[in-house]
Design a protein around this ligand. Structure first.
Ligand SMILES: [Zn+2]
Length: 91
């Protein structure tokens, strides 16, 4: 068990040394916002390419595809507009 503790300590020291020796190499300030910036870039890409995560549903009346968030729901059926929902239920 002691050996394991020393092993972990050794790995930690090794990682700390590696971190310390790497910092002066890339002499540029690399604060924590690097990760945030990457995240925001991904957000921008997601916005520029529309809504990739949006689920598309088909109107039960005219079979037109509409984003799930814009669909009109009547029970289990989805429609592109109120008009088609009424037409479908009137049939
Ligand atoms: Zn429709």
């Amino acid at each position: 068990m002691r050996l394991l503790v020393w092993l972990i300590l050794g790995v930690l020291v090794y990682l700390a040394i590696r971190k310390n020796t790497r910092t002066p190499d890339s002499n540029k300030p690399r604060p924590t916002w690097t990760a945030d910036e990457q995240n925001s870039e991904q957000h921008v890409q997601a916005h520029s390419s529309g809504k990739p995560s949006e689920t598309m549903v088909s109107c039960a009346q005219c079979q037109v595809f509409i984003p799930s968030s814009e669909a009109v729901r009547r029970g289990t059926q989805v429609f592109c507009c109120d008009e088609h929902a009424q037409q479908f239920t009137a049939q």
